[in-house]
Design a protein around this ligand. Sequence first.
Ligand code: AMP
Ligand code: ZN
Length: 141
Amino acid sequence: MQKENCIFCKIANHQVPSYTLFENEQVLAFLDLSQVTKGHTLVIPKQHADNVYDLSQADAQAVFAAVPEISRALQQETGAAGMNILSNTGKVAGQSVSHFHLHLIPRHDKHDGFGAKWEVHNDDYTAEELATIAESIKNRL
Ligand code: AMP
Ligand code: ZN
């Protein structure tokens, strides 16, 4: 279903133009208008979902199923040495458009424009604490 005033629903329904790379019944991939690196692509389900929490399993499968082929094409076209694939969920994580999307960002080197601060806290958790955390989450699945 389309959500009113959702820019990505409008793109999925071809009411707003995009630089489309890939399309099938459930999925659309198009260039991000703000290119972090050349070829920076967004992959979306055509069906509206605000974020990963309300993404259906079918749409998740369809979106991720399209990713390897699109990634290979991006890699071949840009000669990228690597790729970051990510989804921002919620404002705190940097989500600015509330329609689930994956960013595919071809990577060349550490100074190509992409950065994700990633501090690790290995020493903050004992093995016992990690086991408790895993068990608590597992109980919700
Ligand atoms: P995020 O900040 O993770 O929600 O990503 C949203 C992305 O959508 C941003 O990188 C924007 O540049 C991109 N964007 C917003 N509007 C459009 C549009 N009409 N066509 C293509 N990309 C867009
Ligand atoms: Zn939408």
